[in-house]
Every structure is written in C-alpha cells, then in structure tokens.
Design a protein around this ligand. Sequence first.
Ligand code: 5GP
Length: 125
Amino acid sequence: MPIDATRPYDDENIFARILRGEIPSKTVYEDDHVLAFRDINPLAPTHILVIPKGRYVSWDDFSERGSADEIAALVKAVGKIARDEGLVEPGYRVLANVGMNSGQEVPHLHVHIFGGKPLGPMLAR
Ligand code: 5GP
C-alpha cells in the first residue's frame, strides 16, 4: 500500500528497524548520516537503496527539515556508491518515490540507484 507522505514519522517502519540493526541488510556504504544497502527485491542487476540515518518520511520532509550536512552527505553518497559500483560509464538511474501517486511503500526516505543493464523508458506510458 502506498503511504501518505504527509503523515508523521513511524519509528516501526522497516528501514528504521534496519537502521537499529533489528533486521539484516546487505550494507554497501555507511557514514555518519547515511546508510546504503541492497534492495531485497532487486529490479535491476544493481539496485541499491540510500537512506538518511535521520527520521525523514520522504524527499519532501528531508528537503524541508534536513540539515545542510545531512543533505550534502546523502547526495555525495549516491554519487560515490554509483562510482564504486562502476555505474558511471554504462549509466544508471536515481529515483525517489514520494507519497501515494508515486507508490512509495516505506515511510523513510530512500533513494533508489538502478544500474547494470539498459533501464528502458523513464515511465511506462
Ligand atoms: P518504494 O516503493 O517505497 O520506493 O521502495 C521500497 C523498496 O524497499 C522496494 O524496492 C522494496 O523491495 C524494498 N524493501 C522493502 N522491504 C525491504 C527490506 O526489508 N530490506 C531491503 N533490503 N529492502 C526492502
């Protein structure tokens, strides 16, 4: 079920539990502000989720309340992870779903990195 991105942060969401170490994940990157791990149901040969460690529901929430350090860390991490995964030369896609029309399912901001094959059109028509 898509989530309403205007709702308050829910500390029991699955990514909050991953951040607390209650649920395992395959970490690919971590720093003071960011955790990145492999998607459990990959839609491309490389499918990584990059999340802030802070309690942010969505891109909307993060862009409004996130500190300059947190925002810079997330943006820098996405670029570094893609470089480290060898995705720059073949190309890759960055995507963040926000709220109901996008189909966002987990109410903790996550940026998807997709790569490893031609990714097709940006949206289904
Ligand atoms: P959304 O549709 O919210 O943009 O994307 C949520 C993503 O989280 C999906 O791609 C889904 O496969 C992934 N996901 C959901 N639960 C888990 C989990 O427990 N572990 C990991 N690694 N990924 C998850």
